[in-house]
Design a protein around this ligand. Structure first.
Ligand SMILES: Cc1ncc(COP(=O)(O)O)c(C=O)c1O
Length: 441
């Protein structure tokens, strides 16, 4: 079996996602196994996972409870529909999720990914306004540099130009808040930056332009992840909440990255003390092992749909695999693992150490900013003139060759290790990055 994985004889059939396909296929970086904090590469090396896969393997790799739960579930009930039918494990998982979610987010809609969770949340927001008799509220407000997956709703409210420019006119009726990155004022901040809360007031400007009666919802990542870790300025999320409340606009937090312990608290809602009306999750909900997403909503939103004749479907939306038995089993075992090991609240113990280690890179070559919160951090590099992204990509390749998986976006290195990382492994990861920064052109 391993031989087959180790030696693929043709790489061309798989059109790889978000990948420089030609570069990869000339010198492939293959992972063939994983355990706890490490991957094993096809050439037999141990690779320290500095990114929890893709910000998702929060409990580390191949954890026994999760593996066993999936094996057992596959043998007992492999698949069952969730349209007009049910299977107990999806209900059990929904209950457990709601128990641990911030107060008031009492119902959960299952999807298969972050992107689908985003689409689901946007559709719930629009439909909610309509069932409340406010059908004129159709506008959606996102934010520059936001990442909300790759489907049409998500790229419309998202703000990463490379993900948008190829795909036509996108959704209509979308506007964007400015991003919160202010390097001149906040560079090398440890944790939450001081400056920039007033950027939330731009929502008032947008409301003045369009009128509140046309706006359904605002969607933001509490901490913008994929664009390169932008931590919200002190008071910014509170302001957004106040302005949304003032104008009857729903607030959606996309916690696909921040959910399930990334900030050292179960959710960003817990970290910042600001509650949205809809909370989007995916990734860590199943430790990334089986694809799944979960969208949390308040009872007020859920109950608004529970009207009309009882034989009618209340919300015309769902996926063949919503609440899939294998995903639900993986999710339940994931939550148990998180709980048994205290992983979702490891912040106070480990985040300060991670912060100091990360900021020790300040004077290394090419570094123009470092940002961090919880167990996520970014090191921004000065781009090579006329060749943006090249320096960071070369750092990524060199890190892999040395034995560390890091992630780069633009000219930013992002680190988000599994929450089981030890202090020694943090040192090791930072040492790899230091060596790479000294080695790249
Ligand atoms: C904030 C946020 N939303 C949505 C997504 C999309 O998730 P997926 O890739 O599972 O569709 C991501 C993925 O990184 C994300 O970071």
């Amino acid at each position: 079996m391993l031989n087959r994985v180790n030696a693929p004889n043709d790489l061309s059939a798989f059109w790889m996602p978000f990948t420089a396909n030609r570069q990869f296929k000339q010198s492939p970086r293959m992972l063939v196994a994983a355990k706890d904090m490490h991957y094993t590469s096809a050439d037999g090396r141990q690779i320290l996972d500095g990114t929890a896969g893709l910000w998702c393997v929060n409990a580390g790799h191949c954890r026994p409870k999760i593996v066993e739960a999936i094996q057992h579930q596959a043998a007992e009930l492999d698949y069952a529909p969730a349209f007009q039918m049910g299977h107990p494990i999806a209900f059990e998982f929904a209950n457990r999720l709601v128990d641990m979610a911030p107060d008031g987010l009492n119902h959960v809609f299952f999807t298969n990914s972050g992107s689908e969770s985003v689409e689901t949340a946007l559709k719930i927001a629009l439909a909610y306004q309509r069932v409340k008799g406010q059908g004129s509220r159709t506008r959606l407000i996102g934010r520059e540099r936001g990442y909300h997956g790759v489907n049409f709703g998500g790229i419309s409210v998202g703000g990463i130009v490379g993900n948008r420019k190829m795909f036509g006119t996108l959704l209509t009726g979308v506007d964007h808040l400015p991003h919160t990155h202010q390097p001149a004022k906040n560079s090398f901040t440890k944790g939450v930056p001081e400056h920039g809360a007033e950027l939330a007031d731009e929502l008032e400007r947008i409301v003045t332009l369009h009128d509140a009666s046309t706006i359904a919802a605002v969607i933001v990542e509490p901490v913008a992840g994929s664009t390169g870790v932008l931590v919200p300025p002190k008071g910014y999320l509170q302001k957004l909440r106040q302005i949304c409340d003032k104008h009857g606009i729903l607030l959606i937090f996309d916690e696909v990255i921040t959910g399930f312990g990334r900030l050292g608290t179960p959710f960003a809602v817990d970290y910042f003390g600001v509650k949205p009306d809809i909370m989007i999750t995916a990734k860590g909900v199943t430790n990334g092992v089986v694809p799944m997403g979960a969208v949390f909503v308040t009872s007020e939103i859920h109950d608004a749909f529970m009207n009309g004749p009882e034989h009618l479907i209340e919300f015309a939306h769902g996926y063949t695999y919503s609440g899939n038995p294998l995903a639900s089993a993986a999710g339940l075992a994931t939550l148990e693992t998180y709980k048994e090991e205290g992983l979702l609240t490891r912040g106070p113990e480990i985040a300060p150490y991670f912060e100091e280690a990360l900021h020790s890179l300040k004077d290394e070559p090419h570094v123009i900013d470092i940002r961090n919160i919880g167990l996520v951090g970014a090191i921004e590099l000065d781009p090579i003139a006329g060749e943006p992204t090249k320096r960071a990509f070369s750092a990524f390749i060199k890190a892999f060759e040395r034995g560390a998986l890091i992630r780069t976006t633009g000219d930013i290195i992002a680190l988000s290790p599994p929450l089981i990382i030890s202090k020694g492994q943090i040192d090791e990861l930072i040492d790899h990055v230091r060596a790479v920064l000294r080695a790249v052109d």
